[in-house]
Design a protein around this ligand. Structure first.
Ligand code: PAF
Length: 279
Protein backbone atom coordinates (compact mmCIF):
# COMPACT_ATOMS: atom_id res chain seq x y z
CA UNK A 1 0.00 0.00 0.00
CA UNK A 2 1.25 3.50 -0.84
CA UNK A 3 1.06 5.89 2.12
CA UNK A 4 1.12 9.67 1.86
CA UNK A 5 3.26 11.49 4.43
CA UNK A 6 3.54 15.25 4.87
CA UNK A 7 5.94 15.62 7.76
CA UNK A 8 9.66 15.02 7.63
CA UNK A 9 9.69 13.53 11.15
CA UNK A 10 7.21 10.77 10.14
CA UNK A 11 9.20 9.98 7.02
CA UNK A 12 12.49 9.82 8.90
CA UNK A 13 11.07 7.40 11.49
CA UNK A 14 9.82 5.08 8.74
CA UNK A 15 13.05 5.26 6.73
CA UNK A 16 15.19 4.60 9.82
CA UNK A 17 13.23 1.35 10.29
CA UNK A 18 13.82 0.36 6.66
CA UNK A 19 17.52 1.10 6.96
CA UNK A 20 17.80 -0.88 10.20
CA UNK A 21 16.40 -3.82 8.23
CA UNK A 22 19.14 -3.32 5.61
CA UNK A 23 16.82 -1.98 2.87
CA UNK A 24 18.13 0.16 0.01
CA UNK A 25 15.97 3.28 -0.33
CA UNK A 26 15.26 4.83 -3.72
CA UNK A 27 13.96 8.37 -4.25
CA UNK A 28 12.13 9.87 -7.22
CA UNK A 29 11.81 13.64 -6.69
CA UNK A 30 8.90 15.16 -8.62
CA UNK A 31 6.66 18.20 -8.66
CA UNK A 32 3.61 16.04 -9.36
CA UNK A 33 1.34 16.13 -12.43
CA UNK A 34 2.81 12.73 -13.10
CA UNK A 35 3.06 11.13 -16.54
CA UNK A 36 4.71 7.99 -17.93
CA UNK A 37 8.13 9.64 -17.73
CA UNK A 38 7.82 9.89 -13.94
CA UNK A 39 6.36 6.40 -13.72
CA UNK A 40 9.35 5.02 -15.62
CA UNK A 41 11.61 6.59 -12.95
CA UNK A 42 9.51 5.00 -10.21
CA UNK A 43 9.68 1.63 -12.00
CA UNK A 44 13.47 1.91 -12.33
CA UNK A 45 13.67 2.69 -8.60
CA UNK A 46 11.40 -0.29 -7.78
CA UNK A 47 13.62 -2.58 -9.84
CA UNK A 48 16.76 -1.55 -7.96
CA UNK A 49 15.67 -0.64 -4.43
CA UNK A 50 13.77 -2.45 -1.68
CA UNK A 51 11.89 0.73 -0.73
CA UNK A 52 10.79 3.62 -2.95
CA UNK A 53 9.77 7.15 -1.99
CA UNK A 54 8.30 9.55 -4.54
CA UNK A 55 8.26 13.16 -3.41
CA UNK A 56 5.63 15.55 -4.74
CA UNK A 57 6.52 19.13 -4.01
CA UNK A 58 5.99 22.13 -6.30
CA UNK A 59 9.11 23.94 -5.20
CA UNK A 60 8.43 27.70 -5.19
CA UNK A 61 12.16 28.50 -5.07
CA UNK A 62 12.87 27.15 -8.55
CA UNK A 63 10.23 29.21 -10.37
CA UNK A 64 11.63 32.48 -11.63
CA UNK A 65 8.22 33.29 -13.12
CA UNK A 66 5.33 33.60 -10.59
CA UNK A 67 2.76 32.95 -13.33
CA UNK A 68 4.45 29.63 -14.19
CA UNK A 69 4.31 28.65 -10.49
CA UNK A 70 0.63 29.56 -10.31
CA UNK A 71 -0.23 27.62 -13.48
CA UNK A 72 1.82 24.53 -12.58
CA UNK A 73 -0.67 21.63 -12.57
CA UNK A 74 -1.47 20.12 -9.14
CA UNK A 75 -3.08 16.67 -9.40
CA UNK A 76 -2.19 14.87 -6.18
CA UNK A 77 -5.12 12.43 -6.07
CA UNK A 78 -4.50 11.25 -9.63
CA UNK A 79 -0.75 11.08 -8.96
CA UNK A 80 -1.33 8.89 -5.91
CA UNK A 81 -3.48 6.52 -7.98
CA UNK A 82 -0.74 6.16 -10.60
CA UNK A 83 2.01 5.60 -8.03
CA UNK A 84 -0.04 2.90 -6.30
CA UNK A 85 -0.05 0.92 -9.58
CA UNK A 86 3.77 0.95 -9.54
CA UNK A 87 3.92 -0.18 -5.90
CA UNK A 88 5.68 2.89 -4.52
CA UNK A 89 5.96 2.65 -0.71
CA UNK A 90 5.62 6.31 0.25
CA UNK A 91 4.53 9.55 -1.35
CA UNK A 92 6.15 12.38 0.56
CA UNK A 93 4.14 15.53 -0.16
CA UNK A 94 5.27 18.17 2.33
CA UNK A 95 3.94 21.70 2.63
CA UNK A 96 6.20 24.64 1.74
CA UNK A 97 6.51 25.41 5.48
CA UNK A 98 7.73 21.88 6.16
CA UNK A 99 10.47 22.22 3.55
CA UNK A 100 11.30 25.86 4.25
CA UNK A 101 10.41 26.55 7.89
CA UNK A 102 10.50 30.08 9.30
CA UNK A 103 14.07 31.34 9.40
CA UNK A 104 15.25 29.15 6.52
CA UNK A 105 18.38 30.92 5.28
CA UNK A 106 20.44 28.51 3.17
CA UNK A 107 20.87 28.40 -0.59
CA UNK A 108 22.82 25.71 -2.39
CA UNK A 109 24.36 27.26 -5.48
CA UNK A 110 26.25 25.28 -8.11
CA UNK A 111 28.66 27.18 -10.38
CA UNK A 112 29.95 26.04 -13.78
CA UNK A 113 27.47 23.59 -15.21
CA UNK A 114 24.49 25.52 -13.77
CA UNK A 115 25.52 28.80 -15.41
CA UNK A 116 24.84 28.57 -19.18
CA UNK A 117 21.53 27.96 -21.01
CA UNK A 118 18.79 27.56 -18.35
CA UNK A 119 21.09 29.32 -15.90
CA UNK A 120 21.02 32.47 -18.05
CA UNK A 121 17.37 32.26 -19.07
CA UNK A 122 15.92 31.29 -15.70
CA UNK A 123 17.97 33.20 -13.12
CA UNK A 124 17.86 31.51 -9.71
CA UNK A 125 16.22 28.36 -11.08
CA UNK A 126 19.13 26.02 -10.38
CA UNK A 127 19.73 27.55 -6.93
CA UNK A 128 16.14 26.56 -6.16
CA UNK A 129 16.60 23.07 -7.63
CA UNK A 130 19.95 22.46 -5.89
CA UNK A 131 18.57 23.68 -2.55
CA UNK A 132 15.41 21.55 -2.65
CA UNK A 133 17.18 18.45 -3.95
CA UNK A 134 19.75 18.72 -1.14
CA UNK A 135 16.87 19.06 1.34
CA UNK A 136 15.02 16.08 -0.15
CA UNK A 137 18.15 13.93 0.06
CA UNK A 138 18.47 14.91 3.73
CA UNK A 139 14.78 14.41 4.49
CA UNK A 140 14.46 11.01 2.76
CA UNK A 141 17.93 9.59 3.58
CA UNK A 142 17.79 7.99 0.11
CA UNK A 143 20.60 5.73 -1.12
CA UNK A 144 19.74 6.18 -4.80
CA UNK A 145 17.88 9.01 -6.57
CA UNK A 146 16.33 8.84 -10.04
CA UNK A 147 16.21 11.81 -12.43
CA UNK A 148 15.08 12.05 -16.06
CA UNK A 149 17.54 12.90 -18.81
CA UNK A 150 14.84 15.16 -20.26
CA UNK A 151 16.15 17.82 -17.84
CA UNK A 152 19.73 17.18 -18.91
CA UNK A 153 21.25 20.30 -17.39
CA UNK A 154 19.43 19.63 -14.09
CA UNK A 155 20.87 16.10 -14.06
CA UNK A 156 24.39 17.48 -14.58
CA UNK A 157 23.83 20.06 -11.82
CA UNK A 158 22.64 17.38 -9.38
CA UNK A 159 25.62 15.17 -10.24
CA UNK A 160 28.02 18.08 -9.59
CA UNK A 161 26.30 18.94 -6.30
CA UNK A 162 26.43 15.36 -5.01
CA UNK A 163 30.10 15.02 -5.87
CA UNK A 164 31.08 18.43 -4.50
CA UNK A 165 29.25 18.00 -1.18
CA UNK A 166 30.05 14.27 -0.75
CA UNK A 167 26.34 13.51 -0.41
CA UNK A 168 25.86 9.77 0.19
CA UNK A 169 23.37 9.22 -2.64
CA UNK A 170 23.89 7.55 -6.01
CA UNK A 171 22.34 9.48 -8.92
CA UNK A 172 20.68 7.50 -11.70
CA UNK A 173 19.87 9.35 -14.95
CA UNK A 174 17.02 7.64 -16.85
CA UNK A 175 16.24 7.92 -20.59
CA UNK A 176 13.69 10.51 -21.72
CA UNK A 177 10.28 8.94 -22.29
CA UNK A 178 8.59 10.16 -25.48
CA UNK A 179 5.08 10.04 -26.87
CA UNK A 180 4.65 7.92 -30.02
CA UNK A 181 5.20 11.05 -32.15
CA UNK A 182 8.50 11.91 -30.44
CA UNK A 183 7.32 14.65 -28.05
CA UNK A 184 9.25 14.38 -24.77
CA UNK A 185 6.83 13.74 -21.90
CA UNK A 186 6.46 16.77 -19.66
CA UNK A 187 3.87 18.01 -17.19
CA UNK A 188 3.76 21.22 -19.24
CA UNK A 189 2.47 19.35 -22.34
CA UNK A 190 -0.96 19.31 -20.68
CA UNK A 191 -1.11 23.06 -21.30
CA UNK A 192 -0.75 22.68 -25.09
CA UNK A 193 -4.03 22.98 -26.96
CA UNK A 194 -4.87 20.65 -29.87
CA UNK A 195 -3.31 22.80 -32.61
CA UNK A 196 -0.12 23.41 -30.63
CA UNK A 197 0.11 19.73 -29.71
CA UNK A 198 0.10 18.90 -33.43
CA UNK A 199 3.05 21.26 -33.98
CA UNK A 200 5.05 19.98 -30.97
CA UNK A 201 6.59 16.85 -32.60
CA UNK A 202 8.44 19.07 -35.08
CA UNK A 203 10.99 19.98 -32.39
CA UNK A 204 12.28 16.44 -31.82
CA UNK A 205 12.13 15.75 -35.58
CA UNK A 206 14.27 18.82 -36.36
CA UNK A 207 16.70 18.03 -33.54
CA UNK A 208 17.04 14.41 -34.70
CA UNK A 209 17.78 15.59 -38.25
CA UNK A 210 20.37 18.13 -37.02
CA UNK A 211 22.02 15.57 -34.73
CA UNK A 212 22.20 13.06 -37.58
CA UNK A 213 23.66 15.65 -39.93
CA UNK A 214 26.35 16.65 -37.43
CA UNK A 215 27.23 13.01 -36.77
CA UNK A 216 27.58 12.52 -40.53
CA UNK A 217 30.05 15.40 -40.78
CA UNK A 218 27.86 18.44 -41.51
CA UNK A 219 29.09 21.82 -40.27
CA UNK A 220 27.46 22.21 -36.80
CA UNK A 221 26.85 25.96 -37.23
CA UNK A 222 24.88 25.35 -40.43
CA UNK A 223 23.06 22.33 -39.02
CA UNK A 224 21.98 24.31 -35.93
CA UNK A 225 20.85 27.30 -38.01
CA UNK A 226 18.80 24.94 -40.23
CA UNK A 227 17.33 23.32 -37.12
CA UNK A 228 16.25 26.68 -35.64
CA UNK A 229 14.74 27.75 -38.98
CA UNK A 230 12.88 24.44 -39.32
CA UNK A 231 11.43 24.74 -35.80
CA UNK A 232 10.19 28.28 -36.45
CA UNK A 233 8.79 27.33 -39.86
CA UNK A 234 6.85 24.49 -38.19
CA UNK A 235 4.88 26.99 -36.11
CA UNK A 236 6.82 27.41 -32.84
CA UNK A 237 6.62 30.99 -31.55
CA UNK A 238 10.29 31.41 -30.66
CA UNK A 239 13.52 29.62 -30.00
CA UNK A 240 15.42 30.53 -26.82
CA UNK A 241 18.27 28.23 -27.71
CA UNK A 242 19.11 25.22 -29.81
CA UNK A 243 22.74 24.54 -29.06
CA UNK A 244 25.37 21.87 -29.21
CA UNK A 245 27.28 21.53 -25.93
CA UNK A 246 29.79 19.27 -24.20
CA UNK A 247 27.49 16.65 -22.65
CA UNK A 248 29.16 16.73 -19.24
CA UNK A 249 30.14 20.37 -18.68
CA UNK A 250 27.66 22.07 -21.02
CA UNK A 251 30.49 24.30 -22.21
CA UNK A 252 30.55 25.29 -25.87
CA UNK A 253 31.33 22.24 -27.98
CA UNK A 254 34.76 22.92 -29.41
CA UNK A 255 35.81 19.83 -31.33
CA UNK A 256 33.41 17.03 -31.97
CA UNK A 257 35.43 14.08 -30.67
CA UNK A 258 33.73 13.82 -27.27
CA UNK A 259 30.18 13.19 -26.01
CA UNK A 260 27.96 16.06 -27.08
CA UNK A 261 24.40 17.04 -26.36
CA UNK A 262 22.01 19.03 -28.53
CA UNK A 263 19.80 21.04 -26.17
CA UNK A 264 16.75 23.16 -26.94
CA UNK A 265 14.33 25.53 -25.23
CA UNK A 266 11.44 26.83 -27.32
CA UNK A 267 8.06 28.48 -26.86
CA UNK A 268 4.85 27.11 -28.29
CA UNK A 269 1.43 28.64 -27.59
CA UNK A 270 2.62 30.27 -24.36
CA UNK A 271 4.29 27.07 -23.10
CA UNK A 272 8.06 26.73 -22.68
CA UNK A 273 9.31 23.33 -23.82
CA UNK A 274 12.79 21.88 -23.41
CA UNK A 275 14.35 18.82 -24.99
CA UNK A 276 17.78 17.32 -25.64
CA UNK A 277 19.40 14.44 -27.49
CA UNK A 278 22.82 12.83 -27.55
CA UNK A 279 24.92 13.65 -30.64
O1 PAF B 1 12.56 17.92 -12.22
C1 PAF B 1 11.74 18.30 -11.34
O2 PAF B 1 10.57 17.93 -11.36
C2 PAF B 1 12.21 19.23 -10.24
O3 PAF B 1 13.15 20.13 -10.71
C3 PAF B 1 12.74 18.49 -9.01
C4 PAF B 1 13.97 17.67 -9.32
C5 PAF B 1 11.65 17.58 -8.45
C6 PAF B 1 13.12 19.49 -7.91
O4 PAF B 1 12.02 20.25 -7.52
Amino acid sequence: MTVILREGADLRKLVRGWKAAGNIVGLVPTMGALHDGHLSLARAAKAECERVIVTIFVNPRQFNNPDDLKKYPRTEAADAGLLATVGVDVIFAPTADEVYPAGFATTVSVAGVAEPLEGVLRPGHFDGVATVVTKLFGMTLADRAYFGQKDWQQLRVVNRLVRDLNLPVWIVGCETVREADGVAMSSRNARLGGAARRIAPALFAAMTRAGGAIRSGADPTTALADCRAEVLASGFDSVEYIELRDAATLEAAEGLNRPLRLLAAVWLAGVRLIDNIAV
